[in-house]
Design a binder for this molecule. Structure first.
Ligand SMILES: Nc1ncnc2c1ncn2[C@@H]1O[C@H](COP(=O)(O)OP(=O)(O)OP(=O)(O)O)[C@@H](O)[C@H]1O
Ligand SMILES: [Mg+2]
Length: 375
C-alpha cells in the first residue's frame, strides 16, 4: 500500500505543465497570477471563519463552519500545486491533494444537506424582532396586571382595616350600651349603677383611643408604645368585660407578681383582651369561667392568656381561627375579624399568639410578649 503510494508520487519522465503551454510567458503568468490570487483568497476565508468561531462560541453548527474552513483550505492548496506543477511535474502530489479535497468536499456537502432543516429552523431577524415585540407586549401586560393586583391588595387591606376597626368599635359599643342599660335598671345612685356607669365611661374612653389609633395609622405613625406592667392591663380588661359578659360567667384573674414590664400599646392590648373575652363568652353556653392569667413564659417573655371553659374548637376550626373573616358564628353574629385583629396587634408588639383548644375542653389563647428590663 505504502509502496504503491510511493511509486504513484514518484512517477518519472513526466513533463512539467509549462511544457504543455510551450513556456509561453503570457499563458504561464496568467495561470500563476490567477492561481495565486485564488489560493490567497481561499486561505484568507478559513482565517475569517476561525476568528468568527473564536469570538462567537455560542454559534450553533460551529463544527460545520469548521469543516467548511478545512475544505476551503484544501481547495487553496490545489491552486498552489497548480502553480508548482507549471515547473515541477509533481502530478502525483497534485492528484493526492485533489483527492483529499474531493473527499472533504463530499463530506461537507453531505453534512450540509443533512443540516439544512436545522439551518432553515434558525429564526430569521424578522421573526426574532416579532418575538421580541410580543415579549415586550407581554411584559407591559404583566406590569399592568401586577399593578391591578397591587391595587386590589390595597383595597383588601383597606377593607380588612375598616372591618377590624368597626369590629372593635362594635365590641366597645356593646360594653357601653350594656353598662348604661345596667345602670338604668339598677338606678344610677346605687353602687352597682355607679360601677356600671364607670364602666360605660371606660368603654367610651377606649373607643375614643381607637379613633386616635386609626388616625395615627392613616398618617403612618408608629404605635404609642410604653413600658407597662401587664397586671393592671389585665385588670382593666377584666373590668370592661365584667359588665358585658353576663352574671353566669365568672371572670377570674390569676396574676403573677413581679413580672418584667413589656413595651406595649396598652389600649390596643386591652381591646385585644376584650376580643378574646367576648370569644370566650360566645363559646360558653350557660355557666362557665374565663381566666385571665399573666406569668413568666421564658426569661424574656411574658405570657398573658385568656382561658375559657367553653365548647372549644375542632382541628379544622382551630386551623383557620386566626384567618381574617373566618367565623363559625351565625350571619350578623360574627365578622371573623376578632382573632386576626388580636394576632395583628400582638405581632406589631413583637410578640406571637398561641391557641390551644379542643372540643369539650375549652380554649386557651396565649399572648406571648417580649419583656424589657426597665431602666
Ligand atoms: N374561645 C373560643 N372558643 C371556641 N371557638 C373560638 C374561640 N375563639 C374563637 N373561636 C372560633 O374562631 C372563630 C374566629 O374567631 P374570631 O374572633 O376571629 O371571629 P368571630 O368571633 O367569629 O367574629 P367576631 O370576632 O367578629 O365576633 C370563631 O368563629 C370561632 O369558631
Ligand atoms: Mg371574635
Amino acid at each position: 500500500m505504502l509502496d504503491s503510494l510511493q511509486s504513484f508520487l514518484a512517477v518519472r519522465g513526466l513533463a512539467p505543465h509549462g511544457y504543455c503551454l510551450l513556456w509561453e510567458p503570457r499563458l504561464i503568468w496568467t495561470h500563476v497570477a490567477s492561481d495565486a490570487v485564488i489560493a490567497a483568497a481561499y486561505f484568507s476565508i478559513p482565517l475569517v471563519l476561525l476568528r468568527l468561531l473564536m469570538i462567537r462560541r455560542d454559534i450553533r453548527f460551529g463544527w460545520m463552519i469548521g469543516a467548511f474552513a478545512l475544505f476551503i483550505l484544501a481547495c487553496g492548496l490545489t491552486h498552489v500545486l497548480s502553480i508548482v506543477t507549471l515547473w515541477i511535474p509533481a502530478y502525483g502530489w497534485e492528484g493526492l491533494v485533489k483527492a483529499v479535497t474531493a473527499l472533504a468536499s463530499l463530506v461537507t456537502a453531505v453534512l450540509l444537506v443533512r443540516l439544512l432543516p436545522g439551518l432553515v429552523a434558525i429564526p430569521s431577524p424578522a421573526q426574532l424582532q416579532r418575538a421580541n415585540e410580543a415579549l415586550q407586549r407581554e411584559a407591559i401586560e404583566r406590569a399592568k396586571a401586577e399593578e391591578m393586583l397591587r391595587q386590589s391588595y390595597k383595597m383588601q387591606a383597606m377593607g380588612q382595616l375598616a372591618g377590624g376597626v368597626a369590629h372593635d368599635f362594635n365590641n366597645l359599643l356593646g360594653v357601653i350600651v350594656g353598662s348604661i342599660d345596667r345602670a338604668q335598671r339598677k338606678g344610677a345612685a346605687t353602687p352597682e349603677g355607679a360601677r356600671a356607669l364607670d364602666n360605660a365611661l371606660a368603654g367610651a374612653a377606649q373607643a375614643a383611643k381607637l379613633t386616635h389609633q386609626l388616625l395615627a395609622f392613616t398618617r403612618q405613625q408608629p404605635m404609642q408604645r410604653a413600658l407597662h406592667d401587664l397586671a393592671p392591663v389585665a385588670r382593666a380588661a377584666a373590668e370592661l368585660l365584667d359588665q358585658t359578659i353576663g352574671a353566669q360567667i365568672a371572670i377570674e384573674l390569676d396574676l403573677a407578681e413581679g413580672l418584667p414590664p413589656c413595651l406595649v400599646d396598652r389600649s390596643q392590648l386591652e381591646v385585644a383582651l376584650l376580643n378574646l373575652g367576648l370569644n370566650a363568652r360566645d363559646a360558653i353556653s350557660g355557666e362557665g369561667r374565663v381566666t385571665i392569667r399573666t406569668r413568666l413564659h421564658a426569661p424574656d417573655w411574658v405570657e398573658l392568656s385568656v382561658a375559657d371553659t367553653g365548647c372549644g374548637m375542632d382541628a379544622a376550626t382551630l386551623e383557620r381561627a386566626i384567618e381574617p373573616f373566618f367565623s363559625t358564628k351565625a350571619l350578623g353574629k360574627g365578622t371573623g375579624l376578632g382573632l386576626s385583629q388580636v394576632v395583628g396587634t400582638i405581632e406589631q408588639m413583637g410578640g406571637r399568639v398561641e391557641i390551644e383548644s379542643a372540643p369539650g375542653t375549652g380554649t386557651t389563647v396565649r399572648l406571648l410578649i417580649p419583656a424589657r428590663a426597665s431602666d
